[in-house]
Ligand binder design. Structure first.
Ligand code: FES
Length: 76
């Protein structure tokens, strides 16, 4: 998981490629899959290049920062 801030908002993004589940690594403002080089933007999570469906966003976990601590927000 990548924990970062985008436009002042804390974000938790799963570092798993939505093509076939390869590992994603950060490269500036993008996440890049080392298997077949799919690239996605960190801000909106849209796919920029590579295999897989272009409209699949990255997986974001629901989090909330409370008193400086990142909390997972469970939704029923
Ligand atoms: S699994 Fe990442 S590009 Fe295919």
């Amino acid at each position: 998981m990548l924990l970062t801030r985008i436009d002042g908002q804390a974000r938790a993004i799963m570092k798993v490629c939505l093509h076939l589940g390869g590992p994603l690594e950060r490269d500036g403002d993008e996440l890049v899959c080392s298997w077949r080089n799919a690239r996605s933007s960190l801000d909106g999570g849209s796919k920029l290049a590579g295999p897989g469906h272009p409209d699949l966003p990255l997986l974001h976990l629901p989090i909330k920062v409370i008193d400086g601590v990142v909390n997972y927000v469970h939704k029923d």
